[in-house]
Design a protein around this ligand. Structure first.
Ligand SMILES: NC(=O)c1ccc[n+]([C@@H]2O[C@H](COP(=O)([O-])OP(=O)(O)OC[C@H]3O[C@@H](n4cnc5c(N)ncnc54)[C@H](OP(=O)(O)O)[C@@H]3O)[C@@H](O)[C@H]2O)c1
Length: 340
């Protein structure tokens, strides 16, 4: 017998919403579902059910997380428990080895089968590089067939993403891990423009220019690693990385509000105008409650704006395509797409 998912501790109607350029409404916080190689698919599926019961309605999935079948099982139970499909916002992502024109639609169909859904609210191209690397691989791993961003090829993938919208399999399409010069080209050439750009965003990596650019172009920024991803895999750690939750400014604000530093990061994200997708096994309820609690003051928001350290945590080294490069080459730091 299924437990009905009844009154949630946080009323989903009280959760701030984002309006996309299509007029669709997306909850301004989602639950991340990447287990960072140490939380099992079964555990995450349990968290998804618990999070829906707590009031979450937005879930950030991806085929490469290797847990969509288990999460699909959880979605089925959530829907049978009485939450309507139209009240959920479900995102998934096309993995890098499926950019070929012949692979995009099949890959999305596989995700829909795994998630036990008829449609996705949002489907993202996970990375702009079509490079395969095995899940859980080391930071030094390189694909022998690694390729840089080639706009013509990206648009071939994008045309298939557009077809998914035409087919009714996805409601919106979007980008992830993009830069301003790459997005300018996509905006120029897309028939259906991206509704969302998913990007790393936390108080130590605020990406002010890209953040402004996407908003100015009617694209909603969804922020990953909103807490600074304290549980991220070893391959995504370097000695220079900093943790926003250790920042004295965040600590002082946390103390003033009587909440954990991580919740300050989530509140800041929602108030700034991005949609954070924190992953959490143990704190998801506190993170949701945080965004409906007392807001950060303007002065607190200004003091967090001042602690940006341009500290990118997910550098993407495995996507480098030739010898002698550094991870900065993936991110067009000079304002132009890094040449082949
Ligand atoms: N598009 C992309 O390329 C991309 C890249 C990376 C991530 N993502 C997405 O973004 C999601 C979030 O990123 P992430 O998981 O790397 O980082 P994150 O959400 O910043 O951090 C998650 C970690 O923070 C801890 N945490 C959460 N809430 C907390 C709280 N209130 N107090 C203390 N600790 C707390 C969690 O621990 P507990 O589990 O113990 O609560 C977990 O270890 C992913 O799950 C994934 O869906 C997308």
């Amino acid at each position: 017998m299924l437990e009905p998912i009844a009154t949630a501790p946080v009323d989903p109607a009280a959760i701030p919403q984002r309006t996309l350029y299509t007029g669709a409404i997306m909850p301004a916080i989602g639950l991340g579902t990447f287990g960072s190689d140490h939380v099992t698919a079964a555990e995450i599926a349990e968290v998804v059910k618990g999070a829906a019961a707590a009031g979450y309605r937005h879930f950030d999935c991806a085929s490469v997380y290797g847990n969509e079948a288990e999460i699909g099982n959880a979605f089925e139970k959530i829907l049978r428990g009485g939450i309507r499909r139209e009240d959920l916002w479900i995102t998934s992502k096309l993995w890098n080895d499926k950019h070929d024109e012949d692979d995009v639609i099949a890959s999305c169909r596989q995700t829909l089968t795994n998630l036990r859904l008829d449609y996705l609210d949002l489907y993202l191209v996970h990375w702009p590089f079509p490079n395969f690397h095995p899940p859980g691989c080391d930071v030094t791993s390189r694909s022998p067939n690694a390729k840089p961003y080639i706009h013509e090829n990206y648009m071939k993938t994008w045309r298939k993403m557009e077809e998914l919208v035409d087919m009714g399999l996805v409601r919106h399409i979007g980008t992830s891990n993009m830069t301003i010069p790459k997005l300018k080209l996509v905006l120029r050439d897309a028939r259906i423009k991206p509704a969302v750009n998913e990007m790393e965003l936390h108080p130590h990596f605020q990406q002010p220019e890209l953040f402004r650019f996407v908003l100015d172009n009617g694209i909603q920024p969804v922020g990953y690693c909103p807490i600074g991803s304290p549980g991220r895999p070893e391959r995504d750690r370097t000695p220079d990385d900093t943790a926003p939750t250790d920042d004295p400014v965040i600590a002082r604000i946390a103390e003033r509000h009587g909440i954990p530093p991580a919740v300050v990061c989530i509140k800041w994200a929602v108030q700034r105008g991005q949609t954070p997708i924190p992953f959490s096994v143990h704190h998801y309820r506190a993170n949701l409650e945080g965004i409906v609690g007392d807001p950060l003051t303007d002065e607190e928001m200004r003091s967090i704006a001042a602690i940006d350290r341009n500290c990118r945590l997910i550098k993407g080294q495995v996507f480098l395509w030739k010898e002698g490069q550094t991870w900065e080459d993936l991110w067009d730091v000079n304002g132009e797409i890094t040449p082949l």
